[in-house]
Design a protein around this ligand. Structure first.
Ligand SMILES: NC(=O)c1ccc[n+]([C@@H]2O[C@H](COP(=O)([O-])OP(=O)(O)OC[C@H]3O[C@@H](n4cnc5c(N)ncnc54)[C@H](O)[C@@H]3O)[C@@H](O)[C@H]2O)c1
Length: 323
């Protein structure tokens, strides 16, 4: 069994990784600084299951604090680092681009610098479909152009991927960059479309819909992301990049119709102009993940939404979260 360090452990996906790694019998160290972009009470709740587990240790720390990160890596000596910590909103990144660069780029360098001193260790990095930016060749393959990101957030992910490559090249650190496509499921961040829409619809409040509803996204269930990470831990890689998506594009309008149908309510749409920084379409070519990880997405969107709604119904009302 391995020692697995998970950054961003209290977040949406990070906390699912924690739960699964514990179930798989690993020793898990979760690191998170409870970034205030959304409520600490939500993140604490995400870790409820893990906190009672003997093989789980939580460290509240900031990846921007180089000395602490060095200390943690030298104490823990992880076999695996799952680097999921980041400031993660596209629109918010336009309001505080410097903070995004500090956490997503400098924080990633801090981690890479610390980790490379304690080889052998392997790393999986949560990159994003947003790296494809202005590239219009759908579906996006790992060879598609990533030189034209269209938001500060996307630019930080391009930069972090480049740094991962550099650390592999210089020090032989095995790193797999997973380009994740719009991830949803239980614990999804409150600022993201599905959680936000469901919360507003359940209070009969208008949904802000940017654009005319024809924008499309490749929605990926968090269980499929976790399965891909598990598969990565059984795979061989040097420096590799894989798209993790469902391979199916769904328009915003179709997503809203699906929610209306499953919730049995009518959505009151507030049509707004498209947001700068938002991509018009995303769709993953997942052949590389199939080949490298022997992985296949399992969760159809309709079923994933159903499981999300079941989870949502059990949650306390945390109020509205600003985008
Ligand atoms: N949700 C998606 O659709 C999606 C898509 C592509 C990529 N990603 C990437 O996946 C990762 C997780 O995303 P998520 O949606 O679970 O977001 P999240 O905000 O729920 O999780 C990120 C966690 O990182 C923590 N964090 C932020 N800054 C930190 C710092 N300086 N030090 C330590 N911890 C810090 C936050 O407190 C948070 O708990 C991010 O790297 C994100 O960019 C997400």
């Amino acid at each position: 069994m391995a020692t697995v360090l998970i950054t961003g452990a209290a977040g949406f996906m990070g906390s699912h990784l924690v739960d699964t790694m514990l179930t798989d019998g690993h020793t898990v160290i979760g690191l998170d600084n409870f970034d205030p972009d959304y409520g600490r009470q939500i993140k604490t709740r995400n870790l409820t299951r893990a906190c009672g587990h003997d093989d789980f240790q939580f460290i509240e720390a900031d990846i921007c604090d180089r000395a602490i990160i060095n200390q943690i890596i030298s104490d823990v000596r992880p076999d695996w680092v799952l680097h999921w910590a980041a400031k993660a909103g596209v629109r918010r990144s336009m309001r505080s681009p410097g903070q995004y660069a500090a956490v997503n780029v400098e924080g990633t360098v801090n981690l890479l610098e610390a980790v490379r001193k304690y080889l052998p260790v392997r790393m999986v990095f949560a990159s994003s479909s947003s790296v494809y930016g202005a590239c219009s060749c759908l579906p996006f393959s790992e060879q598609s152009d990533t030189s034209r990101p269209i938001s500060p957030y996307a630019a930080t992910k391009v930069a972090a991927e480049a740094l991962c490559h550099t650390y592999h090249h210089l020090y032989g650190l095995p790193i797999l960059c997973m380009r994740l496509f719009t991830v949803y499921g239980p614990r999804q961040r409150p600022d993201l479309a599905i959680t936000r829409f469901v919360r507003l619809m359940s209070h009969d409040r208008p949904i802000p819909l940017y654009g005319d509803g024809t924008a499309t996204r490749d929605y990926t269930h968090v269980a499929d992301v976790v399965a891909a990470v598990r598969a990565a831990m059984a795979a061989e890689f040097g420096f590799d990049v894989v798209n993790i998506g469902s391979g199916r594009a769904v328009s915003l309008a179709a997503l809203v119709r699906m929610l209306e149908h499953q919730m049995g309510v009518h959505a009151n749409l507030q049509m707004l102009p498209p947001q700068p920084g938002d991509m018009a379409h995303t769709l993953a070519d997942i052949n590389q993940a199939r080949a490298l990880l022997c992985w296949e997405p399992q969760m159809p969107l309709e079923e994933g939404i159903r499981s999300f709604l079941d989870w949502f119904a059990q949650q306390p009302d945390d109020g509205d979260e600003e985008e």
